[in-house]
Design a protein. Structure first.
Length: 313
């Protein structure tokens, strides 16, 4: 299997060298590296050029003429990849030497798997591990490990690129790719650590919840996520996915399309119901509960969230 690495960069001069060196030092080196730079104004491009000058790996650097943002910048790099397996790569992490070999061998042993995500070790700016991994944190929070969605730990087979690419607007690239894998049931989660995930002052980090937040603040925080705008984005995501799968291999994914259609109709019902005045909205939400609208979600829990939104919207 031939391999591509897609890297999205933006003002990554401080850490891009370590990342590229870790890729150059793989036990099986990738066949191409595609780097899309989102108008960096530091020395990112110069650092990349000095590193790849004598590289035996084909490296293509794309320079955006305007800022695209993180997801679309990644989408541009991914679209340019031409090999059998495509690795997503952040600009500030560090790959273990066996990462490419491990993933390629896993794909070979498991031909039905099209998308893989693996575990990663958290590290500080100097790549010193803090002892925690992504999957450790998921398990401590009693979350389903199979739902993990981390772009820098992801690789997929280019045979599903017609479904995956391009990344839709306003949808995170990692969420989109893993949604494809989960709906098609072609995703595998590997609990082995294959990279150091650097946490630093420039990184986008997950904020820990404040245990002393008032009930009112928690309710407002909840409603800020579970709102019509996010529901509309979810509806759009599944609608686009339905159309792409339907056109990909007609007749091959009828069960998946049936599930997607149910999701789309359910989101439409929830959106239309919440938009009504409070009393009428609650009437339709209760009606939806008995009609099975919430079966594709979290059942009664999702119903309660919608009732809450209808009250405080």
């Amino acid at each position: 299997m031939k391999t591509s690495v897609a890297i999205a960069t933006y003002n990554g001069q401080e850490f891009i060298k370590d990342q590229l060196i870790s890729i150059f030092n793989q036990t099986i080196t990738p066949d191409e590296i595609i780097i899309s730079d989102d108008c960096s104004d530091d020395g990112t491009i110069q650092t990349i050029k000095s590193l790849v000058e004598n590289s035996k790996i084909h490296v293509k650097v794309l320079k955006n003429t305007r800022r695209l943002g993180y997801a679309l910048n990644f989408s541009r790099a991914l679209t340019e990849c031409s090999k059998d397996v495509i690795f997503l790569c952040d600009q500030d992490d560090y790959w273990y030497k066996n990462k490419v070999q491990y993933i390629v061998n896993y794909f070979k042993r498991n031909p039905d798997v099209k998308i893989i995500t693996h575990d990663s070790q958290y590290a500080n700016e100097n790549l010193v591990s803090n002892g925690y991994t992504n999957i450790d944190i998921y398990k401590r929070k009693k979350k389903n490990v199979n739902n993990i969605m981390i772009g820098c730990c992801t690789a997929f087979k280019s045979e599903i690129s017609p479904i995956v690419l391009p990344i839709p607007d306003n949808i995170s690239h990692d969420v989109w790719i893993h949604t494809v894998g989960e709906m098609l049931r072609v995703k595998a989660v590997i609990e082995d650590v294959l990279l150091l995930r650097r946490r630093h002052h420039k990184a986008v980090t997950i904020k820990l919840k404040n245990k002393h937040v008032s009930i009112y603040q928690r309710i407002r925080s909840l409603s800020s996520y579970y709102n019509l705008e996010n529901y509309s984005l979810e509806w759009k995501k599944y609608k686009i996915l339905f159309n792409r799968i339907e056109n990909f291999k007609p007749g091959s994914y009828d069960t998946v399309l049936k599930e997607l259609k149910h999701l789309i109709i359910s989101y439409e019902y929830r959106i239309n119901s919440i938009q009504k005045s409070a009393f009428i909205s609650q009437f339709f939400l209760i009606k939806g509960l008995f009609k099975g609208v919430y079966k594709p979600f979290y059942g009664f829990r999702s119903f309660l969230k919608d009732m809450l939104i209808s009250i405080i919207k």
